[in-house]
Write a protein that binds this ligand. Structure first.
Ligand code: TXA
Ligand code: MG
Length: 352
């Protein structure tokens, strides 16, 4: 298949035409990769069973991992799922934006979208291109991250091209994603509680402003579950986001980290560090995470840095382990998976 490339330029008439073309692809059952504020999504109609099948095939995604359905407005969720007052309280505060809520699905959502389950994950993206596309196509849109299953999620159209060129109808280039990590996925537990199944830019503390009790699922901070176990959010089971390079995550004081890396550094290794530490590793390939302590910037860059390391042919990447809490919880969740859930401490390697 020949994949068409179209760019969002900021010129309204041209952009309307791009969105019209993408909407046409969706309506006739094809697939278009589109920018969202989190990561690029591989979009197909959530109403057509065949579109979901095509998404799984293009991504090489296991069929037991359900897709997120995107709506243009939080109220539209009512058409595809059974909503409730907590959903609307959350929607008022966090939608449009990087929050996905699991709800009981209605019959119009085919089983292929939900991997046979009776729930559907719903999100209302804030990215103007994604928003307009859903609106113009008139279909709710099923969209997983637009990467081949297992590789880091794409945060630029070029990343999508690397993974899916020739496998999908269209790639819409809307520039780099502003958040860079996938949305927060939550399950509602009655009126007063919810559980974070996948952490994202909407943190447990932020959710706590709306829902009294916020739990974090064990799988968020623990290793990918063993094969054969069905976790609640199946996407957390797979070895994810892994670069080809070996990622060595170091859980130690900064001096120990710097010392260890300097002693072990070779020409085919890179160091993922904040700008302030760049001078500590003369001659090393640096993968900059941005200003020290800037969790948002590191999050925005993480997937791009992992791809960059592979493009540079690096065999090893050294990085500091971020704390599993607060505004680095999502980063922690992704980076431990990229490292195969193994960290290096002053006492040696440890499996999480
Ligand atoms: O930011 C995002 O969420 C991006 C953009 C494109 O919107 N999408 C995304 O989709 O990350 P995907 O398919 O790569 O990840 C969806 C996650 C998976 O971990 C999946 O298992 C979980 O959401 N999920 C989807 N439907 C679910 C359901 N009904 N119940 C539990 N987990 C579900
Ligand atoms: Mg994904």
């Amino acid at each position: 298949m020949k994949t068409e490339f179209l760019r969002i330029t900021g010129r309204p008439e041209e952009d309307d035409e791009v969105i019209r073309r993408a909407a046409e692809v969706i309506r006739r059952g094809g697939l278009a990769a589109i920018p969202t504020e989190t990561v690029y999504g591989l979009a197909g109609s959530a109403l057509l069973p065949d579109s979901a099948a095509k998404i799984y095939a293009a991504k090489g995604r296991p069929a037991d991992n359900p897709l997120i359905v995107h709506v243009a407005y939080p109220e539209e969720t009512e058409r595809i799922a059974f909503t409730n007052p907590v959903y609307f309280r959350l929607a008022e505060r966090f939608m449009p934006g990087p929050l996905t809520v699991i709800l009981k699905k209605r019959d119009c959502i085919p089983d292929t979208v939900t991997a046979g389950g009776d729930t559907v994950a719903v999100r209302c993206p804030s990215h103007p291109t994604a928003h307009r596309l859903i609106e113009v196509s008139g279909h709710p849109i099923a969209a997983p991250s637009a990467n081949r299953s297992g590789s880091p999620s794409p945060t630029t159209a070029e990343h999508v091209r690397q993974d899916l060129d020739g496998l999908i109808d269209l790639i819409v280039d809307g520039g780099p994603c502003s958040i860079g990590l996938e949305s927060t996925v939550i399950r509602l537990d009655g009126e007063d509680a919810c559980t974070v199944l996948r952490p994202g830019a909407v943190t447990p503390a932020m959710l706590g402003e709306i829902v009294p009790e916020v739990r974090v699922a064990g799988a968020v901070v623990q290793p990918a579950l063993a094969d054969g176990v069905r976790p609640e959010s199946p996407g957390m089971k797979y070895k994810h986001y892994a670069p080809r390079a070996e990622l060595i995550l170091i859980d130690a004081p900064r001096e120990w980290f710097a010392d260890y890396v300097r002693r072990n550094l070779s020409a085919d290794a890179g160091v993922m560090v904040p700008d302030e530490l760049a001078d500590s590793f003369p001659g090393a390939v640096l993968l900059s995470t941005g200003p020290d302590g800037d969790a948002e910037e590191w999050s925005r860059r993480l997937f791009s840095l992992l791809r960059q390391a592979d493009e540079a042919g690096l065999k090893r990447i050294y990085a500091e382990l971020p704390p599993p809490e607060g505004d680095t919880l999502a980063l922690y969740n992704r980076i431990i998976r990229a490292a195969g859930c193994r960290v290096l401490t002053p006492d040696g390697f440890k499996n999480l």
